[in-house]
Design a protein around this ligand. Structure first.
Ligand code: G16
Ligand code: MG
Length: 215
């Protein structure tokens, strides 16, 4: 029986990818190369430092560890200037309603995000109270597709992984959910998220009752 729903943040609850994109693009431009929307797809669900490594690889640039720390900090400051302006109307369609349905039906909820800015974003969206547990980039060490973030979520909710459903928009996140022994609903393209148990275009496309049936 399904007891808990675990949600990725970027791409499932809110579209922060557009702000990450502007901030990474600016950094690339300062280093003298172009960063495109297509490149940005490679960074979805990937941690900040791993994203920077991909960006530098795209630009064919090599940097020292200290320089990388400085670049990542600079990108994050720029990114934070956007997320600090976010409002609840940026919540993706159906997300708040789905979280409310979970609460009404006694289904536990957790966030499972790679972002170190997750708490700030949830506060700006006024969504913090909808989550029984928040696992993010500040309390995980292994990036998706490692299942750590979701296993920690199940542990915090005190439920077995087999009773959890994960909602994910990134391929690495779907793989993380499956290796955690959980069910997974992909949010996005069925061809990219083919390993998920089902794929929908957004949380507004499904009902909690459809999820509870997943076995
Ligand atoms: C999100 C984004 C990634 C971003 C990562 C880390 O992951 O999809 O693009 O690089 O968080 O973010 P930050 O720089 O804020 O720590 P998720 O897991 O919420 O989809
Ligand atoms: Mg995501």
């Amino acid at each position: 029986m399904i007891k808990a729903c675990l949600f990725d943040l970027d791409g499932v609850i809110v579209d922060t990818a557009k702000y990450h994109y502007i901030a990474w693009k600016e950094l690339a431009s300062e280093m003298g190369f172009e960063f495109t929307l297509e490149h940005n797809e490679r960074l979805k669900g990937v941690s900040r430092m791993a994203s920077l490594d991909i960006l530098l690889e795209i630009g064919g640039v090599t940097k020292s560890t200290e320089e990388k720390e400085e670049l990542a900090d600079r990108k994050n400051e720029h990114y934070r200037s956007f997320i600090l302006q976010m409002k609840p109307d940026e919540i993706l369609p159906g997300a708040k309603e789905f979280l409310t349905e979970c609460k009404k039906n006694g289904i536990a909820t957790a966030l499972g995000s790679a972002s170190k800015n997750a708490m700030t974003i949830l506060e700006r969206l006024e969504l913090t109270k909808y989550f029984d547990a928040i696992i993010d980039g500040t309390n995980t060490t292994k990036a998706k597709p490692d299942p750590e973030v979701f296993l920690k979520g199940a542990d915090a909710l005190n439920v077995p992984p087999s009773t959890c459903v994960v909602f994910e928009d990134a391929e690495a996140g779907v793989e993380a959910a499956i290796s955690a022994g959980m069910k997974c609903v992909g949010i996005g393209s069925p061809s990219i998220l083919s390993k998920a148990n089902m794929v929908v275009s957004g949380l507004n496309e499904i009902k909690l009752q459809d999820i509870i049936k997943l076995q």
